[in-house]
Design a protein around this ligand. Structure first.
Ligand SMILES: Nc1ncnc2c1ncn2[C@@H]1O[C@H](COP(=O)(O)OP(=O)(O)OP(=O)(O)O)[C@@H](O)[C@H]1O
Ligand SMILES: [Mg+2]
Length: 252
C-alpha cells in the first residue's frame, strides 16, 4: 500500500454561486509525482490551490469537505496557514521571483522563519540552488537581480525558493508552460530528482510530460475527478470514455 500524504475527501468548492469542484476525492501518495490533467477550466488550478489554502483571501470562495495532510486538517479554521505553506510549497505557471537578488530569493523563506546565521543561510542557498539544478549557472552572480535571469532560470530559482524551506509537498501549476524544450527537460529531470525527498503534485497540459514524469495521473472534467490511476493505466487503458478522448487528443 502506498503511504498517503494528502487525502482529499469529498471536496466541493464554489466561487459565489458557481460550483467549480464537485465532490472531489483523491489520494496523493507520498514520495510520488501525481499529475492532474484535464481541459482548460475544469478546475485543476483551483484544486491545487485548495491544498495550501490559497483561496483564503477570496471572499467568494466557499469550500466544504476535508483535506488531510498526514494528521493535519488543512481546511480547519485553526490550521496555521503559515505553517501549512512551509509544509506545502508552490511553484506557479509564470516564474515569479521577487525583485531581489538571486540569493535573497532563495533565503527569503528561511529568514521569515527566523534563520539569520549568515553561514547557514549561505549553505542553504547553495544547497537549494544545487537541488534546483541552477547553482552552476548562477554561483558567481548570487548578488545580481533575479529579474535578469532567463525565464527558465527564473522558474528553477522559484523551485529553489520552494525547496529552501524544506517542505514536504511541492505543488507545481504548469511549471513548464512558459519554458523552452531545454529548460523544460531540466525542470522535468529536477522533478524526478525532487521526488526522492518530496511529494509532488503537478498540473500539466502536456500529455508527454505527464507520462514522462508522473507516477499517478488524475483526470478532471468540469469540476469532477473522472478517473485516477497509475499513469500508464490512465494513458494506455483508461476506464472512462472521457479520459480516453482526452488523452488521445480528441478534445481539450
Ligand atoms: N477567483 C475566481 N473567481 C471566480 N471564478 C474562478 C476563479 N478562479 C477560477 N475560477 C473559475 O473556476 C473554473 C476553474 O478554473 P481553474 O483555473 O481551476 O481551471 P484550470 O483547470 O486550471 O484551467 P487552465 O487549464 O486553463 O489553467 C473556471 O471556470 C474559472 O473561470
Ligand atoms: Mg490552471
Amino acid at each position: 500500500m502506498e503511504k498517503i500524504k494528502i487525502d482529499i475527501q469529498e471536496l466541493d468548492l464554489f466561487f459565489d454561486k458557481k460550483q467549480v469542484l464537485k465532490n472531489v476525492s483523491l489520494h496523493i501518495p507520498a514520495g510520488k509525482i501525481t499529475a492532474i490533467i484535464g481541459p482548460s477550466g475544469c478546475g485543476k488550478s483551483t484544486l491545487l490551490r485548495s491544498l495550501n489554502r490559497m483561496h483564503d483571501l477570496n471572499p467568494q470562495a466557499r469550500l466544504s469537505g476535508k483535506i488531510m495532510l498526514d494528521e493535519l486538517n488543512i481546511l480547519h479554521g485553526n490550521t496555521n496557514v503559515v505553517h501549512l505553506r512551509r509544509r506545502i510549497g508552490m511553484v506557479f505557471q509564470k516564474p515569479n521571483p521577487f525583485p531581489k537578488s538571486i540569493a535573497e530569493n532563495v533565503s527569503y523563506g528561511l529568514k521569515i522563519n527566523g534563520l539569520h546565521d549568515k553561514k547557514k543561510l549561505a549553505e542553504a542557498v547553495e544547497n537549494s540552488l544545487r537541488a534546483a539544478a541552477l547553482w552552476d549557472e548562477v554561483k558567481d552572480d548570487l548578488d545580481k537581480s533575479a529579474l535578469d535571469l532567463s525565464g527558465g532560470q527564473q522558474q528553477r530559482l522559484c523551485i529553489a525558493r520552494a525547496v529552501a524551506v524544506e517542505p514536504e509537498v511541492i505543488l507545481m501549476d504548469e511549471p513548464c508552460s512558459a519554458l523552452d524544450p531545454i529548460s523544460t527537460a531540466k525542470v522535468e529531470e529536477l522533478m524526478l530528482e525532487l521526488k526522492k525527498k518530496y511529494t509532488l503534485v503537478i498540473v500539466t497540459h502536456n500529455m508527454q510530460q505527464a507520462q514522462r514524469v508522473s507516477d499517478f495521473t488524475a483526470f478532471m472534467y468540469l469540476g469532477e475527478l473522472i478517473e485516477v490511476g497509475e499513469t500508464r493505466q490512465i494513458f494506455q487503458k483508461p476506464q472512462h470514455d472521457l479520459t480516453k478522448n482526452y488523452v488521445e487528443g480528441h478534445f481539450g
